[in-house]
Write a protein that binds this ligand. Structure first.
Ligand SMILES: Nc1ncnc2c1ncn2[C@@H]1O[C@H](COP(=O)(O)OP(=O)(O)OP(=O)(O)O)[C@@H](O)[C@H]1O
Length: 238
């Protein structure tokens, strides 16, 4: 298993925002965390990346208990807001992050070209990112998260603010990345995106109320859609 959460709880002060959550994600799997705003999705993935530490329980990534600095090499993280330098071009931004991750010379050049092609940004590489559209910025952030060939890709709402056509293209990119054996965990509150995941976890008020393949979750609740299934498990309206 690439990611294993065992009875993880997280409190901020007296407020427990994650309550006894357990799930695991296998190599090459796309796992979606679905739940309304404030349900705890970001906090869960921050514990997987090691930005937050579980108050109780263990978050393990590739067999190592997080947080663990060395494991960061193996994880690509795309946060909810894009951390780009608006004055720099797409290529300069990506070269900056490539240098930070220790890539050099020919390998660096090759990786930059590869990830820029993967997210369809090569022809915009010389434009200032300050002039990029929201979707282009998200795609550049995705390219940056993938630069160092991470075994695990953690994406917090990668398609928020992106139109349906671009969203489709990002999902096609995720499929391509997964085919290379990369494990992907993604948060969303878009129901039709959840259908594209191999398995989904429904989160409500810090509790994992159900998990399984989209088909399982729908058939167990005799639902026609993921949204219906979410409501049937007791999830709140989006
Ligand atoms: N550093 C923090 N200190 C205190 N409370 C926090 C902190 N981070 C998150 N929370 C609280 O934890 C709860 C879960 O937040 P979280 O950001 O994980 O939700 P989310 O499901 O990712 O929401 P969204 O979809 O809006 O990003 C919220 O009530 C939030 O206010």
């Amino acid at each position: 298993m690439s990611i294993v959460l065992q009875s993880v709880s997280k409190s901020f002060g007296k407020k427990e925002v994650i309550k006894d959550v357990s799930f695991s994600v296998g190599k090459g799997e796309i796992f979606g965390l679905l739940g309304p705003s404030g349900s705890g999705k970001t906090t869960l993935i921050k514990m997987i990346v090691g930005i937050e530490e579980a108050s109780i329980g263990d978050a393990n990534v590739l067999g190592v208990k997080m947080p663990d600095l060395k494991s960061l090499q193996k994880i690509g993280f795309m946060a909810q807001s894009d951390a780009l330098y608006g004055e720099l071009t797409g290529k300069e931004n990506i070269a900056f992050f490539a240098a930070l991750s220790g890539l050099k010379g020919k390998k660096k050049k090759e990786r930059i070209q590869y990830v820029m092609d993967l997210v369809n940004l090569s022809e915009h590489a010389s434009k200032r990112t300050g002039d990029y559209s929201g979707g282009m910025k998200r795609r550049l952030s995705l390219a940056i998260a993938m630069l160092h060939e991470p075994q695990i890709l953690v994406l917090d709402e990668p398609t928020v603010g992106i139109d349906p056509i671009l969203r489709q293209s990002i999902w096609e990119e995720l499929e391509n990345i997964r085919r290379t054996g990369t494990t992907i965990i993604v948060t969303t509150h878009v129901m039709d995106e959840a259908e594209k995941c191999d398995r989904i976890g429904f989160i409500r008020e810090g509790v994992l109320i159900a998990s399984g393949t989209p088909e399982q979750l729908k058939s167990e609740t005799m639902s026609h859609s993921i949204e219906e299934a979410f409501l049937a498990y007791g999830g709140a309206k989006q």
